[in-house]
Design a protein around this ligand. Structure first.
Ligand SMILES: [Zn+2]
Length: 339
């Protein structure tokens, strides 16, 4: 069965407006089984990979099922710092380390005040905990906006690190979970949100930009809401990933038709420049989970068993090697607004 053509629209590049592109993948919704094939092209001008034709933005909600990943997380409070009682001491180390790395002055004072915490924080700030926290923001900033807050795990963490953290989340179910936990989250999309001018010290977009239909417009809007020298921090699938080539139509980064755009580091830098952001960091930090996710989803759909074709240690090595070479699956980035 094909996708209803009335749901689709043909577009020019949503970043630079050019209409010169070539097909890079024709794939399916392996994850949730929506009908039809979906095509991704690469813009000949700016290098952005985008869905074309794409599902019309006013119809895309039909393709987010109830069990969509970001809406299924447990309530923020329970997952934010780890669930098990025996990890209590580990939570303290994480908090101290993260407060050192990405807390503001209030959070640092609160969590890194004691000598023990300071020592632990120093040790842990070189660990994987902090490698996975690119919000290296040692400032006096207070206000943070998380775009696409999901069930609020990140907002909860940042609030505990001293931030006045608020969010935007269009999904009713996820929004309900945030509100149950007393988190301040607006129930809308970033495209429709009415953002105040120059108030946020940091805006975060974790796995969010690939879902927006107008990335250039969204970036400009975010920059308008940042204070001078404010930071945009986030992560997105990497169009320059080797797994994209190797896995082809099974690559998780397409996730059709929900992902409208996939950035390469070059396209991301270009988008930042157009929006008035200076690129501070772009680097790869990927998980082993995604590598065979598409093939595993297909097997599930067809009622087959799937086992990963290489051992876990080799997969970890492969993912880390690709990250080191800048060819990993997932990009993390920090952009800074001009002063
Ligand atoms: Zn383009």
């Amino acid at each position: 069965m094909d996708t209803d053509p009335s749901l689709l629209q043909w577009i020019a590049c949503p970043l630079c407006g050019q209409d010169r592109s070539r097909t890079v993948a024709v794939t399916r919704d392996w994850r949730h089984g929506s009908p039809g094939m979906f095509r991704y092209v690469r813009c000949g001008q700016c290098g952005l990979v985008y869905a074309n034709p794409r599902v019309r933005p006013d119809q895309i909600h039909l393709f987010y099922p109830n069990d969509y990943g970001a809406f299924q997380r447990e309530p923020a409070r329970q997952v934010a710092w780890g669930k098990k009682p025996h990890t209590e001491w580990f939570k303290q180390i994480r908090k101290a380390a993260l407060a050192q790395k990405c807390g503001n002055r209030i959070g640092r004072r609160q969590w890194a005040a004691s000598h023990v915490n300071r020592w632990l924080a120093l040790a842990a700030s070189h660990s994987v905990v902090c490698r996975k926290s690119p919000l290296h923001f040692h400032g006096d900033g207070l206000r943070l906006l998380d775009v696409g807050a999901g069930t609020g795990e990140f907002l909860w963490q940042m609030r505990e690190l001293g931030w006045e953290a608020e969010g935007i989340e269009p999904d009713e179910r996820a929004l309900g979970v945030c509100r149950e936990h007393g988190l301040q989250v607006a129930g809308t999309t970033i495209e429709k949100a009415d953002l105040p001018a120059e108030v946020f010290d940091v805006v975060t977009v974790w796995q969010t930009l690939e879902h927006v239909c107008d990335p250039a417009g969204v970036l400009k809007k975010i920059v308008g809401a940042l204070v001078p020298a404010g930071l945009l921090v986030g992560s997105i699938p990497n169009a320059a990933s080797w797994n994209r080539i190797v896995q082809g139509e099974y690559w998780w980064g397409y996730d059709p038709p929900r992902h409208y755009v996939v950035f390469s580091p070059t396209a991301l830098r270009k988008a930042f420049e157009m929006a008035g952001l200076r690129t501070r960091w772009v680097y790869c930090l990927s998980s082993t989970k995604g590598v065979f996710a598409g093939r595993a989803a297909r097997a599930r759909m067809e009622g087959r068993q799937f086992s990963e074709p290489i051992p876990a240690w080799a997969l970890r090595f492969w993912v880390r090697l690709l990250d080191r070479l800048g060819l990993g699956d997932n990009l993390w980035f920090v952009g800074q607004k001009a002063v």
